[in-house]
Design a binder for this molecule. Structure first.
Ligand SMILES: Nc1ncnc2c1ncn2[C@@H]1O[C@H](COP(=O)(O)OP(=O)(O)OP(=O)(O)O)[C@@H](O)[C@H]1O
Ligand SMILES: [Mg+2]
Length: 361
């Protein structure tokens, strides 16, 4: 998976530009506020249709403009052309190889991206939603049918919640639970199997960053494990009915990240938590390569943030050893710390970013 070119129009402070990337390593450097994260954001939008920094699409569009436009050529097995436009009212138009694309999931299938940005430093300490998303990103990319099960389960959950508001006895929910329970089991199984495969890779990667830790991964399926989902749904009927909401199910699942048998978020420093998150993401990339022979684009925004020089260097050395088929985009305020990484690559492109203008060096 390689992005060859990207034209950006109307995105935050960036001046309209057309960039040509290295298939291996691309580095954007420049002062605070120059526009580095905005470039990473534009690549992320290309693969996901939305930003990782805000849910409000209009915020990403340059002040005074009606829309942002991205146009890119990339290759994934074959060459593709992608045009994407996002308007202030939230409308989006996507054309892949001249055809209108309706589902954003088709976009992430075609252009898989993995990102690590300061916005995710709190992945471990915040609620389960972010960790569930990380987990499901991985399961989806090694097994696309996962999304079908997930969407079906969500639909049944919605219908169940509506039924809860008007029903009088648990028996009236049977038609929904008869669908929800097997779907949940399938989803739960896929997640568990994925974590089992991810864990040894994650442990090996993390050993390089934090060798002294005993790190493990686990899955909270969305309900307590001493009961089956069927028992939980029956037992919680009254409280579900009162709130009109299903309290326990696969939409409550969590990836448990443990070190020395404690929750990583309660035990590790912020910098260490960032390293754990990086190890998780690198392990996901490696597992995806192993299982699908695909190399998603890896975006690393503000690589140096919160890391001491030693750990920054360990991370850079690790990245230098990554398969060269993996296209990487890195942003950093300073270029100096990246010198050793740059030496390890033949195909590096450096871009200096200043007041929204991007100049290739
Ligand atoms: N919708 C918008 N229109 C115009 N400018 C914007 C918009 N949204 C944000 N900006 C400006 O874009 C600039 C670029 O921000 P960006 O986050 O890309 O900088 P950065 O180079 O990553 O900085 P840092 O090193 O601090 O992370 C900021 O000065 C910001 O105020
Ligand atoms: Mg930034």
């Amino acid at each position: 998976m390689q992005i060859q070119t990207l034209a950006i129009q109307g995105l935050r402070n960036l001046l309209d530009c057309k960039l040509e990337f290295s298939p291996q390593l691309n580095i954007f450097y420049g002062d605070n506020g120059a526009g580095k994260s905005s470039i990473v954001e534009s690549i992320y939008i290309l693969g996901n249709g939305r930003s990782f920094r805000t849910a409000r699409h209009a915020k990403v569009i340059k002040q005074g403009q009606e829309a942002l436009t991205l146009f890119s050529q990339f290759s994934q097995e074959q060459k593709h052309q992608l045009g994407l436009q996002r308007f202030r009212n939230g409308d989006i138009q996507i054309k892949l190889d001249g055809e209108k694309l309706k589902k954003l999931s088709d976009l992430s299938k075609t252009l898989p991206l993995q990102i690590l940005a300061p916005e995710q430093f709190e992945l471990l300490s915040k609620g389960p939603a972010g960790r569930r998303k990380l987990l499901d990103w991985g399961v989806f990319h090694v097994e696309h049918s996962f999304l079908n099960h997930w969407q079906k389960a969500l639909k049944v959950l919605l219908q169940r919640n509506q039924a809860l508001k008007r029903c009088r006895s648990y028996a009236e929910l049977t038609p929904w639970d008869q669908q929800l329970i097997p779907l949940s089991e399938t989803i739960n199984q896929r997640r568990r199997y994925y974590i089992e495969q991810l864990e040894p890779i994650y442990q090996r990667v993390l050993k390089q960053f934090l060798p002294e830790l005993d790190a493990t991964l686990g899955l909270y399926p969305g309900w307590k494990q001493n009961e089956t989902l069927s028992e939980v749904l029956q037992r919680q009927f009254e409280s579900d009915r009162k709130t009109g909401f299903t309290h326990s199910s696969i939409q409550k699942a969590d990836l448990k990240v443990l070190v020395n048998e404690q929750l990583a978020a309660e035990y590790l420093s912020r910098g260490q938590q960032k390293l754990v998150t990086i190890a998780l993401k690198l392990a996901q990339l490696e597992l995806m390569q192993q299982l699908t022979d695909r190399y998603p684009v890896f975006l690393l925004d503000d690589i140096g943030a919160e890391l001491d020089l030693h750990h920054q260097q360990v991370l850079l050395n690790f990245l230098a050893e990554q398969p060269k088929k993996q296209q990487i985009f890195i942003t950093s305020v300073h270029l100096d710390p990246l010198k050793s990484l740059i030496k390890g690559y033949n195909g590096v492109k450096l871009f200096h970013v200043e007041h929204g203008a991007i100049k290739q060096q």
